[in-house]
Design a protein around this ligand. Structure first.
Ligand SMILES: NC(=O)c1ccc[n+]([C@@H]2O[C@H](COP(=O)([O-])OP(=O)(O)OC[C@H]3O[C@@H](n4cnc5c(N)ncnc54)[C@H](OP(=O)(O)O)[C@@H]3O)[C@@H](O)[C@H]2O)c1
Length: 227
């Protein structure tokens, strides 16, 4: 993001991408990045300029793999048509309280609000193209409002998460992570905590394999409906 007066906006120019990577390497004090994701689509994206930036970053050894964040399938296809490296990752919000990417599929052929596809079928597209989805903010409702886990504003989903958590002997956070991992797209859960105990606690979800019934029970308890 740039500077005032408007807080800065997205910039996929070659110059900015190269400069941004140098800044990241400097701040992290590392020689290369395993993966660079372009964060949120720049409406003014010139894919050939991005391709030139990626080629330079790969050749210089500064970046090894590339991906995107919050791209729809059309945007991925457009960028992929120009860049020489496979786009491996798309970071998207998805979790118990943010289910749009599966709602519209469940509600296919309906006329209700949940049947509206806001993301261009991004989960199906990612599975078809073996593109890894990384799910950001798995414990948040909305975007930055806060976490729904143990939040009294969300009694029903916490009740059901609690029952399932007790069955598997883990925390509600772990079950919310397991809910994402249960999806056959093999998503990666991007948790935000820097607290080692919370990392361990949430990571316990990787050892839980929810039943189909539990997956749908949690979906339903989170306020989503089924046709
Ligand atoms: N690509 C994008 O557009 C995008 C957008 C937003 C975020 N992100 C990325 O997504 C990642 C996650 O974001 P987030 O921070 O919103 O994620 P989050 O993991 O959903 O939420 C973090 C919150 O959950 C709490 N928490 C986590 N584990 C817990 C546990 N076991 N017990 C109790 N509390 C727990 C944390 O508290 P404590 O801090 O006290 O542990 C913190 O308040 C970040 O790396 C961020 O950069 C990406």
């Amino acid at each position: 993001m740039g500077e005032a007066p408007y807080g800065g906006r997205y910039d996929f120019s070659k110059h900015h991408i190269l400069e941004a990577v140098d800044g990241i390497l400097e701040r992290l004090q590392v020689d290369y990045l395993d993966a660079l994701l372009l964060h949120r689509p720049d409406a003014l994206m010139d894919v050939d300029k991005v391709a030139a930036a990626f080629d330079e970053l790969l050749a210089s050894g500064k970046v090894r793999h590339f991906g995107v964040s919050n791209f729809n399938p059309g945007q991925v296809e457009l960028l992929q048509s120009a860049v020489n490296q496979r786009l491996l990752v798309n970071q998207l919000q998805f979790g118990v309280m943010h289910t749009g990417p599966v709602d519209f599929g469940i509600h296919t052929n309906m006329t209700d609000e949940a049947s509206v596809d806001h993301d261009g079928g991004v989960i199906e597209y990612s599975r078809l193209h073996r593109m890894t989805i990384q799910t950001w903010s798995p414990f948040q409702y909305g975007q930055i409002q806060g976490t729904f886990i143990n939040n009294p504003a969300f009694p029903e989903v916490n009740r059901v998460l609690g029952i399932v958590a007790e069955k598997y002997g883990v925390s509600k956070n772990a079950i919310a992570a397991a809910w994402i991992l249960r999806h056959p797209a093999h998503m990666q859960v991007i948790i935000g905590t820097m607290n080692p105990d919370h990392i361990r606690d949430s990571a316990a979800g990787a050892d839980v394999s929810l039943t189909r019934q539990e997956w749908y029970d949690i979906y339903f308890a989170a306020g989503h409906d089924l046709p």
